[in-house]
Design a protein around this ligand. Structure first.
Ligand code: IMP
Length: 427
């Protein structure tokens, strides 16, 4: 069972870092396949807390090779500062591999992300402002700059010229901004070449060879299913495919090589940025979830919107990702509620709807239909097995599993590395 995908089943921030890190000890490669430094993983190792944005969380596991696949967009300045930050804390980062086909986020992408959001005004997406959308737009438009371009000055210059030709018109005429000089961008990018060259590899070849040799490869999704540009709540989404298929296009590993797809599912729901969110709580309960769950973005520091668990979304994640397992996280955050509502279906224009509607209009009109489950008050952070959980916590997990369409194979009961109940092995 050598290749697994681990991805967010909701709107991101489900606690993937903990799950990947938990597996990191037994996997040979941890691979990011999409997104960029818009992601934010918090990993707690002993008394040390690490916030990773671009690097795969496997970087913290000695013996594991971290890989940035071709589907990722790489801001080289951020990458280098993340690497040096880890090196200062004694983490060995020398094994990192970066695909030469990954696209770069340049300063003009970040500028465009910010000005275009401002221009959208009330209709803004609430992006992380990291240049993600503009970098992917250039990739699809075939005017992107790739990691490998850093090593050929003449090609790099031609590509930056091609990219800036039209962008400078847009910046100056539409957004009333100063044009960006080609020389300045080329010089900055060339400055990264030497520092990055040792990491660049044909990662598709490396990963396929590794799988053929029976090594364990873990594909780590950023963001989450509902932020997927094809399957999420478009247009309030990110510009890549966090869903399972993205692991194939974003790394060059075929679907027949993937044996397991694990969805990370928070015991309640959160979302950052704009867009519909049927179970959102704008009351004391929402505030309580935010405070107890520490629901503040790792990347942007923005407060996350919080709400009850939504089984319609979990079922949808099972469907579009072909999930084989769930990793339920942050169950401990729900300790202390007398009763816990769970959304089992939506009401849309007076009708009960069991599946996520494909129509944006319908989804915006969806109101949750709740079933209320009894809560528990006992501390669960020391629980090591399912049987250690209070009966009502067990019932909550079982109910979620029945509603969500895939087995819950692990449960997070606290932020620490060892605060996890493993029910089925992932390997
Ligand atoms: P972008 O990815 O910066 O373009 O932002 C698009 C949307 O995805 C916004 O609503 C962001 O808040 C959201 N987003 C991007 N990355 C993450 C993440 O790692 N967790 C949660 N939301 C994210």
């Amino acid at each position: 069972m050598p290749a697994l995908v681990l991805l967010g089943a909701q709107w991101g921030d489900e606690g993937k870092g903990k799950a990947t890190d938990l597996l990191g000890g037994s996997v040979d490669y941890v691979v990011r396949y999409q997104g960029g430094n818009n992601a934010g993983h918090t990993v707690v190792v002993g008394d040390q807390k690490y916030a990773l944005h671009l690097l795969p969380s496997g970087i913290l596991s000695p013996g594991c090779t971290p890989v940035i696949g071709n589907g990722v967009v790489v801001d080289p300045a951020v990458l280098l500062s993340e690497l040096s930050g880890l090196a200062e804390r004694g983490v060995d980062t020398s094994k990192l591999l970066i695909s030469g086909n990954a696209h770069l986020i340049t300063p003009y992408h970040t500028t465009l992300d910010k000005v275009s959001e401002r221009f959208l005004g009330k209709r803004k997406i609430g992006t992380t402002g990291r240049g993600i959308g503009p970098a992917y737009a250039d990739k699809i438009n075939r005017v992107g700059i790739r990691v490998q371009d850093l090593f050929d000055e003449s090609i790099l210059r031609q590509k930056v010229e091609a990219a800036l030709d039209s962008k400078n018109q847009v910046l100056a005429k539409l957004y009333n901004r100063r044009a960006i000089a080609v020389d300045q961008v080329v010089e900055e990018l060339l400055g990264y070449a030497d520092q990055l060259s040792g990491y660049v590899a044909d990662t598709t070849l490396v990963l396929n060879d590794a799988i053929d040799q029976g090594q364990v490869v873990l594909f780590e999704g950023g963001q989450g299913t509902l932020l997927d540009v094809d399957h999420g709540t478009y247009p309030f989404v990110t510009s890549s495919n966090p869903t399972a298929g993205g692991a194939c296009t974003g790394t060059g590993v075929g679907p027949t090589k993937i044996s397991r797809v694990i969805g990370i599912l928070k015991a309640y729901t959160t979302r950052v940025g704009a867009g519909p969110f049927p179970t959102e709580l704008l009351d004391e309960d929402g505030e309580k979830l935010r405070t107890i769950g520490g629901e503040r973005g790792v990347t942007t520091g923005r407060d996350r919107r919080c709400g009850w668990f939504d089984a319609v979304i979990a079922r949808y994640a099972t469907r579009v990702n072909g999930l084989t397992d769930f990793f339920l996280t942050k169950l401990d955050v729900l300790t202390g509620w007398e009763r816990i509502p769970v959304c089992v279906a939506y009401e849309i224009d007076g009708k009960r709807v069991e599946e996520l509607p494909y129509s944006q209009t319908d989804f915006h009109h969806a109101t949750p239909i709740y079933e209320t489950l009894p809560g528990w008050s006992e501390d669960i952070t020391q629980a090591k097995t399912f049987d250690d959980l209070p009966k009502n916590a067990q019932k909550y997990v079982q109910a979620l599993e029945e509603m969500s369409g895939a087995p819950i194979s692990a449960i997070g009961v606290g932020p620490g590395r060892d605060e996890t109940i493993q029910i089925n092995s992932f390997l």
